[in-house]
Design a protein around this ligand. Structure first.
Ligand SMILES: *[C@@H]1O[C@H](CO)[C@@H](O)[C@H](O)[C@H]1NC(C)=O
Ligand SMILES: *[C@@H]1O[C@H](CO)[C@@H](O)[C@H](O)[C@H]1NC(C)=O
Ligand SMILES: *[C@@H]1O[C@H](CO)[C@@H](O)[C@H](O)[C@H]1NC(C)=O
Length: 780
C-alpha cells in the first residue's frame, strides 16, 4: 500500500468514526458540545448566537442596580433593582433577543421596549425560586440594529413581596445575514408575535404589492414545529423533540405547545416522554394520539435534565380540545397503563375504517437509516386488537422487510374499500388489514425512493361520488440515492428527485401502472397540502441531499440537505397532463424549510408553514432552528367567499342528511359550481401527511341558494370515522371550514383481553430506570 492510499484509508477511518458518533436525537441531559453534565436551566446559547453577561459594558444601566455573585448565575454575576424606573438599555445587531434572570416570590413586573416601542409587561414573580429563566424573547425582528430596554415598572402582583427585577444575561440571535443569501423578497410582511402568554405583538409590517397569492410571516411556534395538527377551529398542536426551545413549562424548555391560529398566542404543554420522532392521528371519538418517539440515551445520564422519559413505546393522549380557551387542554401519558407493545421510532400512524389507529413500522431504537437490526417490520393497533391471532401484540408485515433500508415513516392512506395503501422506499402495496394480506403494486418508476431518509411526500387524491370514489395516489419528490451506501458516500449535494408518480388503485389502474410527471423543481422533504378546491399545494424541501442531520458529507451546518426550494407550486390533478404544475403569481419565501418542516391547511383555508431544524439541539448556524411561521394565502383568500351560517352538526352520521344555512357570494351562479369538501387536515410530520383526506359530499342546494342539504359520507371506508372540517366551495372559492365529527362519535372498540395481554407481554420503558430521576407530573 502506497503512502497515499494509506492516508486515504486513514482519512476514511476518521470520517467513519466521526459519522458514527452522530446522535439520533439529543436527549436533553448534556449541553451539546460540552463534556460535563451541567445543571439544567433554560439559559442556553445556541451555536451561532451570542451571550452578553449582566456585567458587559454594552449593557447600560440607569437608576439603582446592585450586583450580586453566585455560581448559579450566568458568568457568576447578576444585576438587580427594586426601584421604579430603573432601566437597562442594550443595543444589538440581529433578528432576536432573549433576556434571562431569576424568578421568585420577591420579584415584580418590568416593562419591555424594543426600538422605543412598548412591547409588554413581564411579570417575573414565581412562587417557586428559579434561576436562569427566560423572561422575554423575540426571534423575528427585521435584520438590523435594535435596542432592548427593560424598565422596572415598580409594580407587582398580589402575592409578590417585592418589585425586584433581575438582569442575568442577554442572548442575541444574530440572524441569517451572515450565512444565508436571501432570495429576492416578495410579498413579505415581517412581524413578531412570539411573546409569551399572548401579549400584544410588535408589528413591523411594510406594505406589500397586491398579488394573487400572498405570503405573510406572522407568529412563532415557541417549540420547534416538527409535528403539526390542526385540533380545532382556533388552534394547532405543535409537537417537537426534547431540546432548548424558548418556550418553557415548569421551569424547563417545553417540547409541545398549542398555537392560536388567530392571535398567534402560545400555550406550552407538559409532556413526559421524548416525542422525537413520533407520529399521530385522531381517533373516531376525536381524541388525538401521539405515538412513538425517542429513548433516553443511556450513556448521557445525569441528575439534571429535562425530566423526560423514554418515548419509544409511548401513546400520548390528547383529548378533544375544541373551545378557543385551551387552558385545560393537556397531554396525558401513563406508560404503565397505556403503551405500545414494541418500541417504534419513525412510525406512521393512520386512522383506519373502524376509527382505531394503525401503527406502522419504525425502528426499534433511534438511529438514522433503518436496517435489518433496527427494523420493526410490524404493525400494531391502538386500542390493541385481537386479530390474526395477535391478541394485542405486533403483526408481522413482510413489506417492511422487503423495503429496507430507506423505509421509515411509510406513506400510508386508508382506501375507500377499507384497505390501506402503503409506500416505502421504491415500493408500494395495498394491505387488507382484515385478512392480513398484502397486494404488491408495481415498483415506483425510475428508482425513486420516497421514504426516510430519501423523503418524498404522498397524498390520496380527492375522493368523489362522481366517479364512485375511485382512489388515486400521488407521490412526489424523494431521492434516487442508493440506500445501501454509508453516510460518507452520500452528499448533501446529491440531486433530489423532481418526479411525481400517480396510480389509480383499481385493477385497470394498477395494470396501467404509475404515470410519471416532473415538478418544476426537484425536492426532498416536500410537503403536499390538499386544498378544498381539489388542488394540491407543494411547498418546502431541498433541491439536494437527504433527510436528517449529521450523517452525510458536505453537511451545511449539520444538515444532510442543501439548496432549499423557496417557491411553492400548485398541482391541479384534474388538469390535462403537462399542464398540472403552476407557480404563476406564487410568492417566494426567504426561509429555508428543510428537515423537520411542516405545512397544513388551516380552518381559514390558507396554508400554515412552519419548522425546519436539521440539528441535534436548537442552533442558529445555517441551517438553524426555525420558529417563524408563514401563512400562504391562495388568491381566494382575498375574494368574496361563501359562508356557512348555521346548521353544521357536532356529529355527522354516515349517510345522514343535514341542512346548512349558507351564503354564497353574490354573482356565484348555478349549483354546478358548488362543491362540499369534507376534509381531514391530517397529522403532519417528516413530510408524512397521515390521514390527509378530501371527500366531496353529495348535496342539493335550495332554489334560493340559502339552504344546502348535505349527506354524510356513505361509510367509514370512504371517510374513517373521526374529526373533519367542512368547507363549502363555490366557483373554486372555499368558505371557512367548520369542525365536525364524522360517524357516531364513539370511541374505537377496546378489546380488554388484547389490552391485558399487551401489558403482560411487554415491558414498560426499558430505559426509564437508568435515569434515577422522579417522573414529572404531567400537569403544569
Ligand atoms: C399578525 O397577527 C396579528 C393577530 O392576528 C394581527 O393583529 C397582525 O396584524 C398580523 N400581522 C401581520 C403582518 O399580518
Ligand atoms: C443499523 O442501524 C443502527 C442505528 O443507526 C446502527 O447502530 C447499526 O450499526 C446498523 N447496523 C448495520 C448492520 O448497519
Ligand atoms: C377515545 O378513545 C380512546 C381510546 O380508547 C380513549 O383513550 C379516549 O379517552 C377516548 N376519548 C374520549 C373523549 O372518549
Amino acid at each position: 500500500m502506497g503512502i497515499r492510499s494509506l492516508l486515504v484509508s486513514l482519512a476514511l477511518v476518521v470520517l467513519v468514526a466521526s459519522f458514527c458518533r452522530a446522535d439520533p436525537a439529543w436527549n436533553g441531559h448534556l449541553t451539546p458540545g460540552s463534556t460535563t453534565n451541567t445543571r439544567f436551566t433554560p439559559y442556553y446559547v445556541p451555536p451561532g448566537a451570542k451571550s452578553y453577561d449582566s456585567s458587559s459594558p454594552l449593557l447600560h444601566y440607569t437608576g439603582t442596580w446592585s450586583e450580586s455573585f453566585s455560581s448559579a448565575y450566568v458568568q457568576k454575576s447578576m444585576r438587580s433593582s427594586s426601584e421604579e424606573g430603573a432601566a437597562m438599555t442594550f443595543t444589538f445587531i440581529g433578528t432576536g433577543v432573549e433576556w434571562f434572570g431569576n424568578q421568585d416570590r420577591r420579584h415584580g413586573i418590568a416593562t419591555v421596549f424594543i426600538d422605543g416601542q412598548l412591547i409588554q409587561d413581564v411579570d417575573t414573580y414565581n412562587p417557586v425560586s428559579m434561576k436562569q429563566q427566560r423572561l422575554f424573547w423575540t426571534f423575528s425582528l427585521p435584520q438590523g440594529k435594535h435596542t432592548l430596554k427593560v424598565v422596572n415598572a415598580g409594580k407587582k402582583q398580589g402575592e409578590s413581596t417585592g418589585t425586584l427585577v433581575d438582569i442575568d444575561a442577554l442572548v442575541v440571535t444574530r440572524g441569517p445575514s451572515s450565512d444565508v443569501s436571501p432570495a429576492p423578497q416578495q410579498n413579505m410582511v415581517v412581524s413578531s408575535q412570539e411573546f409569551p402568554s399572548g401579549s400584544s405583538g410588535l408589528d413591523l409590517s411594510s406594505n406589500f404589492p397586491a398579488s394573487a397569492w400572498t405570503l405573510v410571516q406572522n407568529g412563532s411556534t415557541g417549540v420547534h414545529a416538527m409535528q403539526l395538527a390542526i385540533i380545532s377551529e382556533t388552534h394547532a398542536l405543535i409537537v417537537d423533540k426534547v431540546e432548548h426551545n424558548p418556550l418553557s413549562v415548569s421551569g424547563h424548555p417545553a417540547w409541545a405547545a398549542l398555537y392560536n391560529l388567530k392571535t398567534h398566542a402560545l400555550k406550552p404543554l407538559a409532556m413526559q416522554s421524548n416525542s422525537f420522532c413520533a407520529g399521530g392521528t385522531f381517533l373516531s371519538n376525536g381524541t388525538l394520539v401521539n405515538v412513538g418517539g425517542n429513548p433516553i440515551v443511556e450513556d448521557h445520564t445525569a441528575a439534571a435534565d429535562f425530566g423526560d422519559v423514554d418515548g419509544l413505546q409511548a401513546v400520548r393522549i390528547f383529548e378533544p380540545c375544541d373551545s378557543d380557551n385551551v387552558d385545560d387542554c393537556r397531554i396525558y401519558e401513563n406508560h404503565d397503563r397505556i403503551r405500545m407493545a414494541s418500541p417504534r421510532w419513525y412510525n406512521t400512524v393512520l386512522r383506519i375504517s373502524d376509527g382505531s389507529a394503525m401503527i406502522i413500522g419504525g425502528s426499534l431504537k433511534g438511529g438514522w437509516m433503518n436496517n435489518g437490526t433496527t427494523n420493526n417490520p410490524t404493525i400494531e393497533y391502538f386500542p390493541p386488537k385481537n386479530i390474526h391471532g395477535s391478541n394485542g401484540l405486533p403483526i408481522h408485515l413482510p413489506f417492511l422487510i422487503d423495503t429496507l433500508n430507506s423505509n421509515l415513516f411509510p406513506i400510508a392512506f386508508s382506501l375507500p374499500d377499507g384497505s390501506v395503501f402503503m409506500a416505502a422506499n421504491r415500493d408500494a402495496m395495498i394491505y387488507n388489514w382484515q385478512t392480513n394480506t398484502e397486494r404488491r403494486l408495481p415498483r415506483i418508476p425510475n428508482g425513486v425512493r420516497v421514504t426516510y431518509p430519501m423523503t418524498g411526500t404522498g397524498l390520496l387524491l380527492p375522493l368523489s361520488p362522481d366517479n364512485g370514489y375511485t382512489p388515486e395516489v400521488l407521490l412526489c419528490g424523494g431521492s434516487t440515492v442508493d440506500d445501501t451506501k454509508p453516510g460518507y458516500q452520500i452528499s448533501s449535494q446529491d440531486p433530489a428527485s423532481s418526479q411525481c408518480s400517480r396510480i389509480v388503485l383499481t385493477n385497470d389502474g394498477i395494470a396501467a401502472g404509475w404515470q410519471v410527471e416532473e415538478m418544476p423543481q426537484a425536492r426532498t422533504m416536500p410537503d403536499a397540502v390538499l386544498l378544498p378546491t381539489g388542488d394540491i399545494l407543494i411547498v418546502n424541501g431541498a433541491g439536494s441531499g437527504i433527510s436528517g442531520y449529521g450523517n452525510v458529507i458536505d453537511q451545511v451546518g449539520a444538515s444532510n440537505a442543501d439548496n432549499p426550494v423557496f417557491t411553492p407550486v400548485l398541482y391541479s390533478p384534474s388538469a390535462p397532463a403537462g399542464q398540472r404544475f403552476s407557480s404563476a403569481g406564487m410568492p417566494q419565501s426567504t426561509i429555508p424549510r428543510l428537515y423537520h418542516s411542516v405545512a397544513t391547511l388551516t380552518p381559514n383555508a390558507d396554508i400554515m408553514i412552519a419548522g425546519s431544524n436539521p440539528n441535534l439541539d436548537r442552533s442558529e448556524v445555517k441551517y438553524g432552528t426555525e420558529y417563524r411561521v408563514e401563512w400562504l394565502g391562495p388568491p381566494y383568500m382575498t375574494q368574496s367567499r361563501p359562508q356557512i351560517l348555521s346548521g353544521a352538526p357536532k356529529v355527522l352520521g354516515f349517510g345522514e342528511a343535514v341542512q346548512l344555512k349558507v351564503r354564497l357570494p353574490t354573482g356565484s351562479s348555478q349549483s354546478a359550481n358548488v362543491k362540499v369538501a369534507l376534509m381531514d387536515l391530517g397529522y403532519v410530520t417528516h413530510a408524512v401527511h397521515a390521514n390527509s383526506r378530501l371527500v366531496y359530499l353529495q348535496f342539493s342546494l335550495s332554489n334560493d341558494k340559502q339552504t344546502l342539504t348535505i349527506t354524510g359520507p356513505p361509510n367509514g371506508d370512504i371517510y374513517p370515522p373521526g374529526p373533519a372540517f367542512i368547507y363549502v366551495v363555490a366557483d373554486d372559492i372555499p368558505s371557512i371550514g367548520v369542525k365536525i365529527l364524522v360517524g357516531d362519535g364513539k370511541s374505537p372498540a377496546v378489546d380488554q383481553d388484547a389490552q391485558r395481554n399487551l401489558l403482560d407481554k411487554s415491558t414498560v420503558d426499558q430505559y426509564e430506570k437508568t435515569k434515577g430521576h422522579p417522573k414529572e407530573d404531567s400537569s403544569e
